[in-house]
Ligand binder design. Structure first.
Ligand code: MTE
Ligand code: MO
Length: 374
């Protein structure tokens, strides 16, 4: 069993697959805290979790000028420590809603394949500068990251982002050795992972051991044959993965985490309290969250809990709450949420129009049906 050395996990996590291990926390617990506790942070593994002894660890950074290896101690002691609070979200978050329209290939994620943590480590820029390299001048089109987890044919998990994007994010890309002030747990990339804030989870390579520049994207399955979007008429017979752009910065999303689908509210309840998250990729902060208790006919604004970041460089999520009056006499109703980011991007109203064969980017208005016993 290649998974026999996987770490122990919190019994609170709800698995969507066990080998490889994939799991999300209970959604109500997800929004109890601004920083998701490490043991509740959602897990997305494609392969067995590598066991790495810190003393044996090396990060190889290859450049035109030659390559250099950094030990775990080098990374922790030879550089300034930088932190960023950022969301990690799987492109498949909320996929289960897409499945209801038409089947898709992928793990059946609910609304909790997303978490928010404070990551600390070395700024990518500093790592390169140490080797005398200015990211503004480096040649190549992509920066490629490789992990230590391997497929049966020995090829590692890998991902890349355009150099242009790395330049834009510059000091915000972190080669992380800490998650919420602790060494990164094994499931989340011990000892080192890259954090690329505002960008899809798939590029935040865990168990990172190689960085290099290239004229082309990472050749990994996950870069070339997965994590791309398509229109809803594309199916597995006519899909051409090469024709679509890799997902990087994610669109605006929100979800109601409480109450949950099919919840029984209090007898004769006249009001309901909603709690949830909102977030957008590319550092775009959330400026408004609208909620409805009548299926989207009428709306009110939720109370936002400020995340402490600039709206133009907002990588953390925004938690929100709202007390909403329920339609009088109704025995059931649909609660809805939709968020607006600083670019005034909004969420699509229905999932039908954004359906895609991999079930990625499921960010339609989030609807939750609840019952109100008389
Ligand atoms: N890195 C490696 N090496 N192997 C992986 O399977 N999964 C990716 C990414 N980095 C993955 C990886 C995907 S698809 C996501 S969504 C995030 O890690 C999930 O990070 P988490 O497990 O810390 O929540
Ligand atoms: Mo993912």
């Amino acid at each position: 069993d290649p998974y026999r050395n996987d770490p122990e996990r919190s019994p609170l996590l709800i698995p969507s697959s066990k080998k490889p291990f994939n799991a999300e926390p209970p959604q109500q617990m997800l929004v109890d805290r601004f920083l998701t506790p490490n043991h509740l942070f959602f897990v997305r593994n494609h392969l067995p979790v590598p066991s790495v002894e810190p003393k044996d660890y090396r990060l190889d950074v290859s450049l035109d000028s030659g390559s250099k290896s950094f030990t775990y101690d080098d990374l922790k002691s030879k550089f300034d420590k930088r932190s960023v609070v950022a969301v990690t979200q799987c492109a498949g978050n909320r996929r289960s809603e897409m499945v209801k329209v038409k089947p898709v290939k992928g793990l059946n994620w609910g609304s909790a394949a997303i978490s928010n943590a404070k990551w600390s480590g070395v700024c990518l820029d500093d790592l390169l500068l140490k080797q005398g390299v200015d990211i503004e001048k480096v040649r190549g089109k992509y920066i490629v990251f490789e992990g230590m987890d391997k497929q049966p044919d020995d090829s590692p998990y890998g991902a890349s982002i355009p150099l242009e994007l790395a330049r834009m994010l510059k000091r915000d890309i972190i080669i992380a050795y800490e998650m919420n002030g602790e060494p990164i747990p094994r499931d989340h990339g011990f000892p080192i992972r890259v954090i690329i804030p505002g960008v899809v989870g798939a590029r935040q390579v865990k168990w990172l051991n190689k960085i290099y520049f290239s004229g082309e994207e990472s050749t990994s399955h996950w870069q070339r044959r997965d994590y791309k979007g398509f229109n809803s008429s594309i199916d597995w017979h006519n899909v051409d993965f090469d024709s679509s752009v890799s997902i990087s910065q994610l669109p605006v999303i929100s979800a109601i985490c409480e109450p949950e689908e099919d919840a029984e509210l209090e007898e004769g309840a006249e009001e309901v309290t909603l709690r949830g998250y909102a977030w957008s990729g590319g550092g775009r902060g959330i400026i408004r969250v609208d909620v409805s208790a009548d299926g989207g006919k009428t709306w009110q604004e939720a109370r936002l809990k400020p995340n402490g970041q600039s709206p133009y460089r907002s990588y953390a999520w925004t938690l929100w709450e709202a007390d909403v009056p329920l339609p009088t006499g109704a025995r059931s109703t649909t609660l809805v949420v939709k968020a607006v980011d600083i670019s005034y991007n909004v969420q699509p109203d229905s999932v039908e129009g954004i359906w895609n064969l991999r079930g990625c980017l499921s960010n339609a208005w989030h609807r939750v049906k609840v019952n109100i016993p008389a």
